[in-house]
Design a protein. Sequence first.
Length: 724
Amino acid sequence: MTDAINIAELKELSVSLLKGVGAKRSSALAGFEVESLFDLLTYYPRRYIDRTKEAKISEMIPGSEASLLVTVEKTDVRRIRGGKSLVTSTVTDGTALLKLTFFNQNWRQKQLVEGRQAMIYGKVDLYRGQRQMTNPVVDLVGNRTGRVIPVYPQSEKSGLHTWDITEWVAEALRRTLPPKGRGFVDPLSDQILSEHDLVSRDFAFRAIHQPENMFEVTQARKRLIFDELFRMQLALVLRKRAIERTEVGAAHQISGPLIKQFKANLPFELTGAQVKVIGEIEYDLARSVPMHRLLQGDVGAGKTLVAIAAMLTAVDSGHQAALMAPTEVLAEQHLVGIRKLLDGMTVTDDSSLFKDRPIKVELLSNRVSTVDKKRILSQLLLGEIDIAIGTHALIQESVSFDSLGVVVIDEQHRFGVEQRSILREKSRSGLSPDMLVMTATPIPRTAAMTVYGDLDVSILDELPPGRTPIDTKWVRSSANFTEPEATAAPEELDEMWDQVRAQVSAGRQVYIVCPLIDESEKLSVASAEETYEYLQHTELSELQVGLLHGRISPADKDLTMDSFRAGKLDVLVATTVIEVGVDVPNATIMVILDADRFGIAQLHQLRGRVGRGSHRSQCWLVSDPTTPEGEARMAALVASTDGFELAEVDLDLRGEGTILGERQKGRNDLKLASLRRDRNTVVEARNCAIKVVDSDPGLESNEHLASELESFLEEGDAEFLLKN
Ligand code: ADP
Ligand code: MG
């Protein structure tokens, strides 16, 4: 018996080998990115026409919608009033005649040629006693006989018809599947197939294109979706294991004196989630395999404490730690907070008289003076600084550590993969640091498995006790206050300003976030200034109002922030510069103007600036959305304060493209699978990939799997994942 066909071979065979595919059609197909037989066989139907569900013209009730399979009898075009044209076509399904009418679509005459079969969808009306459809949707299907007819995505302009594709696919299947063909290699073992209840690949490729019934389509899809997700997870798991094999890190001592002291000194109990996550991290740290862990936690869940615990473990073990924040403000805030928490702690130091010295935490940012910077750099290299906190400045070339044990990256979305690898090389010890990446914009677990599939994921899904939930209200109104006719819902707006004034007179403070204008900073600044002017002279004329935006000098910005922190300002009007990090527990109202211009994650972040103290907080979304999606986002924010729940909604609304896009460029071969719809399969595929890789790290006894994966990977990747 000859060998079965694998995907690599299928990718080598050109569609021009098929009967009827000449140069012209090859290039039309190339327009859909269909060049090889593999491309063609994975050019999946957009939908199916299930003829067992088909209606009959004679049974149609006027006013109802239906899909009908018809044959064209004749088509005419004529001019009507106003220089327009009217195409009328008479069609039949053998039970009765039906008239189709199209306005100004002359090209229909060429489409609806006598004798052609078409599937039509639309509403049937009675016009002068005759059944007719106006502007129905038309799919030409060719003279197909099957009971389920596939409809392929194609545009009429390409000159290709869905039945052309059907025919070529049929020929490709005839020549590849038994009895004439050799059949496809199935890289999945019988055990995996039966465990996951999957059909064979031969069956799947045939049934997705030529199903006998819709159940076969379901089975075929299940298998093909699994294949896509499994290949993706296999690559991710292999990458993870390969990194683990090639890098050596420190095996840290856990539960050392510093960490014990730190836990004992905390003014509160750790939450259950914090205990669990710190445990997961300690497990990683104790091993010499470097940690690569993503910590997802909602705003205010207490990620900083977890980060400190990880860093102290490094210091306890005689190494250093670094914390990298996305902005100067955040880095400075971390410095203050962490110094306070570690106040009075000491580390052993044999060179000192008392054999110990105070733990040393330093800031390295672009605002540090040249003199200080020089000192800090040399102390870092000598190991005299235990914890370095900073921004991008931490990964500059001039920075080296004596022995960097743990790196924490806060708010990962601003840091790329390359920057992570630079950090790895910063240590004189030659050890790869353990890495913890923290994010406050959670993405759903299954998406994280794919987007960050080479990281382990920990989740802080519990807020510290005593938080008062934030009340979120949506005022359906434009925020264009200067044009009163544009603002609806005046009573609700009045109520909102009443609340603002009431909270201020109770001693609380308020943020007002101005609309984001088309990503343009200049316009956003203008709108913030306008809003500030307007409010000062109207609603908030009695209050102390400050203004903060990206064009204000750093010195003035600091001044404004300091006054707000000190309570000298009642209200802060700002652009999104306050999105991350600002921490003023006395602030209890967040007003977001034209809120529908922001994404769910950003709104949730902004809202997280309040509700940080013991006082009850409110968030007001002022917005008159222009799209259903905008409405859905407002409704979601009102309905939930749970970041993970919101992340699911976000994924549903935006689709996975946006999430995948950031990190999976070129690695995305998902044609059928969807990270949202197929959530469960993502988990199944990942577990299956872990099982396979852990029992066969180089895929040596899974050669079909290895060669299939190789045909999907870039050259360098394949080398790294499979050959080392
Ligand atoms: P995140 O970085 O996850 O948004 P933080 O680490 O800044 O959250 O913590 C938010 C606030 O909650 C801080 O003031 C912190 O001191 C406090 N906090 C953290 N953990 C606990 C806990 N277990 N109990 C009470 N308060 C906590
Ligand atoms: Mg934080």
